[in-house]
Design a protein around this ligand. Structure first.
Ligand code: C2E
Ligand code: MG
Ligand code: MG
Length: 501
């Protein structure tokens, strides 16, 4: 029995142990199963949280634009694409000028709304793709493929879209912007791409803002100097430091004066005379050219009216920059000035350089159409230096081509320059345009141009640019073989049809 008792006890122990093991196993299985179920739920919710976090990280909370981190990743891809395909891309770095005054003056709610509206406008300006980022408080960036004309048209579009006032809580708030452009790979390696666009943007800001500029290697050093010159240029108009000189154009056969071209001069209080070759590009780059251009239009019309009263009824010509051509109100402004001073539109010439005239952008071509409709006289300046499309040239409402001075200078010494000048004259004939040769300095050049059939001549041989009073005196001198007959009475008599365009 004892054996049987032990055996029975062992059996009992075995049974209890087995049951306990089974219960433990069951509990463990349930626990494992529960944990597994919970784990996959956890996994799922972790996934969702990560995605949400990713979106949050890649999208700016206020504007819904890309964040800096996501934008940097995008730039990596864009740069790789450019390397692979041999293409170029433009990064535009945009800073709202004086944004702090909005935050300080109207509070952050209004400031936030302005940023949201600015973000929407920027996105609309470059289409649907997520290429616009908010980099910091009031700074944005976008990347676009760089076209043959660089990124200037995009920059202008950006400035135009931000120029419209922002309407917040019945308030109309105006906020100019500064845009810096860096092209990849031309202006920067990938690591310096954003930095160079930022530097360009800062250069615009230091110059007073409200404009755009592409990056330039000398920018860091130039920044101070250019900013100072730009500040001075802003004051030049109000400070009466600007003036116009006039250089006559002469009919090649009769040697009578047909027009006076207005050339802008800046008498800087400390630097002396600053060449337009220096300050016009600066004004173009930093959005000052419109103010300068308007002053030139008004002043040239005012002077033309005085000359008309004195009996000098030649055309007046001004130089129109590419930036001006892209302004919607250029022709309105010219027409208003002409009306104010009683100048017929056909007596007013707009000289537009060939490179600008050949821009096949909608804005430039629209400006040409408006010039045509207004009956203004259009001249293509510096012809021969750009890349003309004959098809486009035929469509332009131009009446005159000016052969670039470089070809005229080399006429006597270079057969190549002669054949270019000759080809320009022939082409102009075919298109029914008058040809003007500029920069004529010697009699040899004059004779060659006459033989080629040039219609008008302009250059130091006949007259240097001079002020309005000097031109009027010059006009009254006795004519010589080189000195044109320009006296008011003679001029008025021989050109009775001067007022017809
Ligand atoms: P442009 O319109 O082609 O003007 C001709 C330039 O050649 C003028 O230089 C003129 O003074 C110079 N020139 C004329 N005849 C001779 C000559 O026989 N020999 C030499 N060596 N030079 C001669 P300037 O006045 O320094 O103007 C340079 C450029 O600046 C102009 O070239 C024009 O593109 C621009 N510019 C001048 N005024 C204005 C303006 O009011 N608005 C704009 N947008 N551009 C202007
Ligand atoms: Mg000119
Ligand atoms: Mg020229």
């Amino acid at each position: 029995m004892a054996v049987a008792g032990v055996q029975a006890g062992e059996w009992l122990g075995l049974v209890v142990a087995t049951v306990a093991a089974l219960v433990l196993a069951a509990v463990a299985t349930v626990a494992w199963w529960r944990q597994r179920k919970h784990g996959s739920r956890l996994h799922r919710s972790l996934d969702a949280a990560t995605t949400a976090l990713d979106t949050m990280r890649s999208r700016d909370q206020l504007t819904g634009l890309l964040t800096r981190a996501e934008f940097e990743t995008l730039l990596d891809d864009v740069a790789l694409g450019c390397d692979r395909d041999g293409t170029a891309a433009a990064l535009l770095y945009i800073g709202l000028d004086n944004f702090r005054t909005i935050n300080d003056g109207y509070g952050h709610r209004v400031g936030d709304e302005v940023l949201r509206q600015a973000a929407r406008r920027l996105s609309d300006a470059v289409g649907e793709q997520p290429v616009v980022a908010r980099i910091g408080g009031d700074e944005f960036a976008l990347v676009v493929p760089a076209g043959p004309g660089g990124a200037a048209p995009v920059a202008e579009q950006v400035l135009a879209t931000l120029q419209r006032p922002f309407t917040v809580e019945d308030m109309s708030l105006q906020l100019p912007a500064s845009v810096g452009i860096a092209l990849y790979p031309e202006h920067a390696s990938r690591p310096l791409w954003v930095a160079h666009a930022t530097l360009a943007m800062r250069t615009v800001k230091h110059g007073g803002g409200g404009g755009y500029t592409p990056y330039h290697p000398a920018m860091a050093a130039d920044q101070r100097e250019a900013a100072q010159l730009l500040q001075d240029l802003r004051q030049a108009i109000a400070g009466r430091q600007l003036s116009l000189l006039y250089q006559p154009k002469l009919d090649a056969r009769s040697m009578q004066v047909t027009a006076a071209e207005a050339l802008l001069r800046w008498e800087h209080p400390r630097r002396g005379l600053v060449s337009p070759a220096v300050f016009i590009p600066l004004a173009e780059r930093y959005g000052l050219i419109n103010a300068l251009g308007r002053w030139v239009i008004d002043e040239a019309c005012r002077q033309a009216a005085i000359w008309r009263q004195q009996g000098l009824r030649m055309r007046i010509a001004i130089n129109v920059s590419g930036h001006q051509m892209r302004q919607d109100d250029l022709v309105d402004h010219i027409e208003a000035a002409l009306r104010r001073h009683g100048i017929p539109p056909g007596r007013f010439t707009c000289e537009i350089t060939e490179s600008v005239a050949m821009e096949d952008t909608a804005q430039t071509q629209r400006a040409f159409e408006r010039l045509r409709r207004a009956g203004l006289h259009v001249s293509i300046d510096d012809f021969g230096t750009g890349h003309s499309s004959l098809a486009l040239l035929r469509r332009l409402p131009a009446a005159e081509l000016k052969i670039d001075r470089a070809f005229v200078t080399d006429l006597a010494t270079s057969a190549h320059a002669r054949s270019i000048a000759q080809a320009v004259v022939q082409m102009a004939r075919t298109l029914g345009l008058r040809v003007v040769a500029e920069g004529v300095e010697t009699e040899a050049q004059r004779d060659l141009l006459l033989a080629m059939g040039c219609d008008e001549l302009q250059g130091y041989l006949f007259a240097k640019p001079m002020n309005a009073t000097a031109l009027a005196l010059w006009a009254q001198e006795e004519p010589t073989p080189e000195r044109p007959a320009f006296r008011s009475s003679l001029f008025a008599l021989t050109r009775p049809d001067t007022d017809t365009p």
